[in-house]
Design a protein around this ligand. Sequence first.
Ligand SMILES: [Fe+2]
Length: 337
Amino acid sequence: MNAHFPSFLKTALLTTALLSASHVSAADTDGIVVYNAQHESLTRSWIEGFTKESGIKVTVRNGDDTEMGNQIVQEGAASPADVFLTENSPAMVLVDNAGLFAPVAAATLEQVGDAYRPVHGKWVGIAARSTVFVYNPSKLPETELPKSLMDLADPSWKGRWGASPAGADFQAIVAAVLALKGEAATLDWLKGLKANATIYRGNSAVLKAVNAGQIDSGVIYHYYSFGDQAKTGENSKNTVLHYFKHKDPGAFVSVSGGGVLASSQHKEHAQAFLKWITGKEGQAVLKTGKSFEYAVGKNAESNPKLVPLQQLDAPTVDASKLDSKKAVELMTQAGLL
Ligand SMILES: [Fe+2]
């Protein structure tokens, strides 16, 4: 079309283009880009609250833990991301191991309980989730509940439980088993899983199948059930949650992480966002919203419907060392991926 346009019109068009381009870059200068692997609705609530209070614009790109983590590593210093938020910590470890995080501001770290942030302070916990065993009491009586997550590899559990091993949630659980039990025991357990478990795509699909009596039980995170209960309960009404407790690998509490990229050109605003999420207002979103994830702020309360975090008797796992690469390697070796 260029050739047919009078030059004054071309100039006008070009000026308009430049004006809108400069408008976009002005917003970019003020705003931050968040690569988000947390549940979209939770992050949306955080962003809305933060922008309302600070006036800082946030652009979000959504994906899952592994996908977004790998993308940041691939983009390296050229990444447009200012902040990275995950569902589980293995993806934070991925980016941290590539040396791409700037230290989290001390005031932010101080807001979060010691158990929910790595000592090195390169990223910080923003929320937490508990592993649970969901079962259908009409198919599985309470007396037959497993004592440990590790029991589910036993031949007696063949065809009786389900999981979603392709998802980052379950892979974090495997990384925790690896950290607690070592490589050989984890591989054995995964082979048992391959032999015994029915594979679903997503934790919601596992919950649905248990609810419908298609399978006796499953391993998921707690909030899938609470989220459904808060709606119609149609996918969870026939199910009960069993918490393994006793520091069992099945009582693993997974930490969702947040970090500021070292390459960020908007570090001050990026740090402010992380401070807000882990602060009073950001953590209150976890208590009052529909995410049903646990708050990790020092004085923050979780939704009163949840079993208190302190009562879960979770095993001690160093979230900054969870090895998703090795976990995925072992899962592949066991034929699960
Ligand atoms: Fe999830």
